[in-house]
Design a protein around this ligand. Structure first.
Ligand code: ADP
Ligand code: MG
Length: 478
C-alpha cells in the first residue's frame, strides 16, 4: 500500500524586542526567576497592557518577507485557560483577525528543486511563564520571566509531504527571521520552536487523514525524527485495522518516540473574545511602505543573485545564504582575494565549515578572518602553494600562527616550481625504483601514481603537481 504524508507546521518565533509585548519588563534570557516580571506579567488585578510598537513592525517585516497581506486592522483576543504559569487565566493572542494573512515561501529541497509552501497566517501573542519541576521536592516552581515575551506564531498550510520537506521549510523560515533580525533563532533557548501536525493518507485520496500534533520540538534533527516516527506509527496503526485519534503528542528524544499528551476531547474550549483592554491594531499603507523600503536582501533573493553573479550551484548558493553572516563572509573573501568564487565556496563550505562545526563556533567567531582566507586563496591561485599544502597553512591560520605569507615562510611551504630542481628529483626517483620503472614501461600504467607519491613524499608535498606530472611522463617514457 502506498502512503502519502501530510504535514503542516506551527512555528513560534520569539521576537527580538528589548521589552515585553505588553509591559516594560526585560525579555533577556537566563535571569534569576521572577526578576524580570512586572505587575502586568504577574497578572495583577487592575493592570492594563500597553502594546509594544516594535512587535507590530517586526510582524509586518515578516509578512512582507513572505509576500503576505498585512491586515489594515487586526485584533488581540483573549484565549482563556487555566495554567499555573499563566496567572491572568488567559493568554493575549490574535484569533479571527491576525496581523499577517496569506503568504508563501519558496523552499529549496535537497535535490535542488523549489517547492512553494503556503502560509495561512502569522499572528502576535504573548508567551506564558515556565513551571519548574526539578529542584523542588513535591512542589513546582513558577518562573514568570518568560511571561509576556512577544511571539510570532507562523501557521503553514498542510503543504509538506515528508519530514525532509518540513525541515527544509522550517530552516527557510529560521533563516528568514534571522535575516529580518526579528528573532535570534536560538532553538536551545526556545526562541524558535515548532509544533508539527502530521497525518497520512492513501495515495490518490483527496481527503486528508486525521492528524496528530507533535508539540514544541526544539531542533531540526528532532523535528525530522519525530515526524518520521509518527508517520511509521500512524501507518502501522491503520494497516493493523486501527484508527488515528486526533491528539497532541510529545516527542521523547531519548527514546526516539512520540507519546500521547492530551486528546482532542480533552482539549480546551478557549472562549476567545476581543481583549477589551487593547485597541485594534491599525496599520497604514505608509507604515508598510517605510518598512518595505528598509527590508534587507532576503535569502531567496540572495540565493538567486549568488547563482547568477558567481555561477554557484543551487546547492552551494543555498548553503551560503543560510545565514547573512556566512553570505557576507563569502562575498568579502571573493572580493578581497579576486579568486574564483568556486575556490572560495569550496574552502568556506569545506575546511572552514568543518573546523567551525568541530568547535561549535559561528562564522562570526571564526579565528580565520576574511582577509586571511582571501590571502590564502591568492597564494593558491598564484601557485605559491598547492591546494594540499594550503590545508597545512589553513591549520596554522586557525591556530593563530599569524598571516599567510609569514606561515608559508616560517614552515618553508613554498611550492617548488623550479623545473631543474623537479627534474633532478624525478631522475632520482627513477634511479631509485628500477623495478617499478620496468613494470611501468611494460604497461602497468597504474604505477604512475606511485611515482607521483614518491616525489611528493620526498618534497614534502611541495612540488607543483602539474609540472611534476609532465616531467614524470616525459622521463618515464624516455
Ligand atoms: P489548530 O488551531 O487546532 O491547531 P489549525 O486548523 O489551525 O488547527 O491547523 C493547525 C496546523 O495543522 C496547520 O499548520 C495546518 O496546516 C495543519 N493541518 C491541518 N490539517 C492537517 C492534516 N490533516 N494533516 C496534517 N496537518 C494538518
Ligand atoms: Mg495547533
Amino acid at each position: 500500500m502506498e502512503w502519502e504524508t501530510v504535514i503542516g507546521l506551527e512555528i513560534h518565533a520569539q521576537l527580538l524586542t528589548k521589552s515585553k509585548i505588553f509591559s516594560g519588563a526585560s525579555t533577556a534570557f537566563g535571569a534569576e526567576p521572577n526578576t524580570q516580571a512586572c505587575a502586568v506579567d504577574l497578572g495583577f488585578p487592575g493592570i492594563l497592557p500597553v502594546l509594544n510598537k516594535e512587535v507590530v513592525h517586526m510582524a509586518i517585516k515578516f509578512g512582507l518577507g513572505v509576500g503576505a497581506e498585512i491586515a489594515a486592522k487586526s485584533v488581540f483576543a483573549r484565549k482563556n485557560y487555566f495554567y499555573p504559569d499563566l496567572p491572568k487565566g488567559y493568554q493575549i493572542s490574535q484569533y479571527e483577525l491576525p496581523i499577517v494573512g496569506k503568504g508563501h515561501l519558496d523552499v529549496q529541497l535537497e535535490d535542488g528543486t523549489m517547492k512553494r509552501i503556503n502560509i495561512t497566517r502569522a499572528h502576535l501573542e504573548e508567551d506564558a511563564g515556565k513551571s519548574l519541576h526539578e529542584d523542588f521536592h513535591g512542589l513546582s516552581g513558577i518562573d514568570l520571566n518568560r511571561a509576556g515575551t512577544p511571539l510570532l506564531e507562523i501557521v503553514s498550510e498542510p503543504d509538506m509531504r515528508s519530514a525532509k520537506e518540513a525541515v527544509a521549510y522550517l530552516k527557510s523560515i529560521h533563516s528568514l527571521v534571522r535575516y529580518l533580525e526579528i528573532c535570534d533563532g536560538n532553538m536551545q533557548e526556545g526562541s524558535f520552536r515548532c509544533d508539527a501536525n502530521v497525518s497520512v493518507r492513501r495515495k490518490g485520496d483527496s481527503k486528508y487523514g486525521t492528524r496528530t500534533e507533535l508539540k514544541n520540538i526544539n531542533s531540526f534533527r528532532y523535528v525530522e525524527k519525530a515526524i518520521n516516527y509518527e508517520i511509521e506509527r500512524q501507518i502501522a496503526l491503520i494497516e493493523s485495522g486501527g484508527k488515528v485519534t486526533q491528539e497532541t503528542r510529545l516527542f521523547d528524544p531519548a527514546k526516539n518516540e512520540t507519546r500521547p499528551m492530551r486528546s482532542k476531547e480533552e482539549a480546551n474550549d478557549y472562549r476567545y473574545f476581543p481583549d477589551p483592554d487593547l485597541l485594534p491594531v491599525a496599520v497604514t499603507e505608509e507604515m508598510i511602505k517605510t518598512i518595505r523600503d528598509e527590508l534587507p536582501e532576503l535569502p531567496h533573493q540572495k540565493r538567486q543573485r549568488f547563482m547568477e553573479q558567481y555561477g554557484l550551484s543551487a546547492y552551494d548558493a543555498d548553503v551560503l545564504v543560510s545565514s547573512r553572516a556566512l553570505a557576507a563572509y563569502f562575498e568579502t573573501v571573493v572580493e578581497e582575494s579576486g579568486a574564483s568564487a568556486k575556490l572560495a565556496t569550496n574552502w568556506i563550505m569545506g575546511d572552514l565549515s568543518a573546523a567551525l562545526n568541530k568547535e561549535n563556533l559561528e562564522i562570526t567567531e571564526s579565528p580565520v578572518t576574511t582577509a586571511q582566507l582571501a590571502k590564502l586563496l591568492q597564494r593558491i591561485e598564484d601557485d605559491t602553494i598547492s591546494g594540499k599544502i594550503a590545508k597545512t597553512v589553513f591549520e596554522a591560520l586557525w591556530n593563530k600562527e599569524g598571516d599567510v605569507d609569514h606561515i608559508i615562510e616560517k614552515h618553508g611551504l613554498k611550492q617548488v616550481t623550479d623545473s631543474s630542481a623537479i627534474e633532478k628529483l624525478v631522475e632520482k626517483i627513477i634511479a631509485d625504483n628500477p623495478e617499478q620503472v620496468t613494470d611501468y614501461r611494460s604497461g602497468k600504467d597504474k604505477l604512475f601514481g606511485y611515482f607521483v607519491g614518491q616525489a611528493m613524499k620526498a618534497s614534502g608535498g611541495k612540488i607543483n603537481p602539474q609540472q611534476l606530472n609532465e616531467l614524470l611522463k616525459k622521463k618515464l617514457s624516455a
